[in-house]
Design a protein around this ligand. Structure first.
Ligand code: ATP
Ligand code: MG
Length: 175
């Protein structure tokens, strides 16, 4: 799976709709401290279904919505759209996550309303996802070194593309 485009609106510091094209090869995002570089990586993780506010450097999930400044009012929702090559026969994948104050998150995959679980499966089957070792946030290297064996196993399983099996097993056990 290759991410091709990212669209953000009302997500953290990206108050105005912004679009980022990621061309094949190496892409660098540069800018002064606090300009939103880490927020971009968090947007990728968030649209992939991240459910831990802590790993988004937030107190609660709604904190990802633009909070307003002295010049601008806060936004009512945040939305991130991720467009990717699905890998097989040139098909395109569009994943949308939107959060509204007081209403929680809603997901869409290729225009269809889906559950968070379905989004997790889409990415797990492509050996990626919100907890993929391919997404290395600031301070993450130290966290890997300090991880417990079970946590390290989870990272290896995600890298190996078998994390989706656990989601399905949990699902089957509940039935
Ligand atoms: P550094 O180079 O220091 O790592 P960075 O480019 O990674 O900086 P980020 O951490 O991505 O910067 O951006 C931080 C900025 O995002 C801060 O100015 C913070 O106020 C802003 N921000 C985060 N959440 C929100 C929010 N909900 N509403 C408005 N602004 C926000
Ligand atoms: Mg940063």
């Amino acid at each position: 799976m290759r991410i091709k485009r990212l669209k953000l609106s009302g997500f953290k510091s990206f108050v105005e709709p912004a679009e980022l094209r990621i061309e094949p090869g190496l892409t660098g995002v540069v800018g002064p401290n606090g300009c939103g570089k880490s927020n971009l990586l968090e947007a990728i993780r968030w649209v992939m279904g991240e459910s831990s506010p802590k790993s988004m450097r937030s107190g609660g999930m709604e904190d990802v919505i633009f909070a307003g400044t002295t010049q601008r009012p806060p936004r009512a929702f945040a939305e991130v759209v991720l467009l990717a090559d699905a890998g097989d026969n040139d098909s395109e994948l569009e994943v949308v996550r939107r959060i509204e104050r007081g209403a929680g998150s809603a997901y869409r995959v290729n225009g269809r309303d889906v559950r968070a679980k379905d989004v997790a499966l889409v990415f797990a089957d492509a050996a990626t996802g919100a907890h993929s070792p391919a997404l290395v946030s600031q301070g993450k290297i130290a966290a890997v070194i300090a991880a417990k064996p079970a946590e390290r196993r989870m990272m290896l399983e995600e890298a190996a593309g078998i994390a989706g099996l656990h989601v399905r097993r949990k699902d089957a056990e509940q039935k």
